[in-house]
Ligand binder design. Sequence first.
Ligand code: ZN
Length: 274
Amino acid sequence: MKLYLMTDLEGVAGVLDFEEWTSPGNIHYHTARELLTHEVNAAIDGFFEGGATEIIVCDGHGPGAIDVTLLDSRADFLRGWGDGPWPLCLDNSFDGLAFVGQHAKAGTEYGHLCHTQSLHHIDLAINGLSIGEFGQLAMCASELGVRTIFGSGDEAFAKEAEALVPGIETVAVKRGIRSGTGEDLNVEEYTRFIDPAIHIHPIRARERIRAGAVRAVQRASASDFGIIPLTPPFERVTKFRPSEEQPKKTISTVTHPTSLIAAMNLPDEPVGME
Ligand SMILES: [Zn+2]
């Protein structure tokens, strides 16, 4: 079984906020990269124990966050997206798609550092179904016939993944503790709104991820799950929050007659909203 492992930083246990943890130059960015890479290694170890034969780790956080010097040497490493950019170099040579360090979509109640693409996004929906970064790649994978089998991140992300991909194996490593969606906040307010969470200790988070990764591969070998049904045509609607530069909410609608991946690759066309 050949796996594509997508990684992100905001869903890792111990990664606390945007201000000090998630960008190059932040005081704790180096520590955040270590925490992510150890979670990724826990997943790799579990996948191989479960029966995986090949794993490509994709460094998906915006500025990059995998510390390749710490990465399990059995895995290969992908950075840079090629044409599209969707589906991010995923193709039908893979048997499964997995996620580590993933956060929930923008506006999720009890999400931690939840966002979709950027903190400017209020929502992204395909044919009326609101999805986040997980859903976007999982749907692209489904169009290619690649199953989505595993995801770790915060608890709100785990619920989002289970709702979209019945049967997926998930592991939650922290839990956001504030209610409300923050829909009416501007970018600066929303960035602070999604900070509070209770984290599992990183050592225990890795143990859970490793065990979940074993189960995911074993279950995927024994049963069929992980493909999201897709019905063309595909309409992608994206809503953006106000910011200091753009004081109104904006909305973009693009459509493609046959391909979700092509719809994801169309440029946004934002227009002002009330
Ligand atoms: Zn992300």
